[in-house]
Design a protein around this ligand. Structure first.
Ligand SMILES: [Zn+2]
Length: 183
């Protein structure tokens, strides 16, 4: 089972998530749906808001050969994690350094923006097994964590764009907003 991804303009993307109180069967079923929706759409990550929900849950999966396939990255980033990372009630507790790179988002099809992020982060979250975990991530994984946590706070790719970047994709943004604002 999977859900439809919602696009920029849809109000659901601006909703701040609500913490999950207990990792019960409903939450586990929802995580499964999120993972299959991420796979179907070939995304590197997906947050609850992107399927119109508001639980503080996101999933990330970076294929182990992602960087090799891309080949164009100037710096090799952290190796892929190869299996879905499931973050429940995640929060970033510390950040180190800075990286700048191109970012896309399933809710902004065909739009990419150069976004500045921390080079590494420590993220604290609850696992599917209801354990509290602190994970240090760097490179692409750190970027994905920061991107998905933004979604849980109602923050979107467009919010990171400079005025110049926005002008470059203004037509695409306008079209998305128009098509999705009533949803
Ligand atoms: Zn996104």
């Amino acid at each position: 089972m999977s859900n439809e991804v919602v696009f920029y303009g849809n109000k659901a993307l601006r909703v701040k998530s609500t913490p999950v109180e207990c990792v019960n069967d409903d939450v586990k079923a929802f995580v499964k749906e999120l993972i299959s929706t991420m796979h179907e759409n070939k995304g590197l990550g997906l947050a609850a808001e992107q399927v119109g929900r508001s639980e503080a849950v996101c999933v990330i999966e970076i294929p182990t050969d992602y960087d090799i396939e891309k080949g164009a990255e100037p710096n090799p980033v952290s190796p892929g994690i190869g299996e879905p990372l499931i973050l429940i009630n995640p929060e970033i507790i510390s950040t180190i350094g800075e990286q700048s790179g191109s970012e896309g988002c399933l809710s902004f099809p065909g739009i990419y923006a150069t976004v500045k992020r921390a080079e590494s982060v420590i993220v604290k979250y609850t696992s599917l097994e209801n354990k509290t975990i602190e994970l240090q991530a760097s490179g692409l994984l750190a970027r994905a964590v920061q991107h998905e946590l933004d979604h849980l706070n109602g923050v979107l790719l467009v919010d990171h764009m400079s005025q110049v970047q926005k002008i470059g994709v203004a037509g695409k943004l306008r079209r998305l907003r128009k098509e999705n604002r009533s949803k």
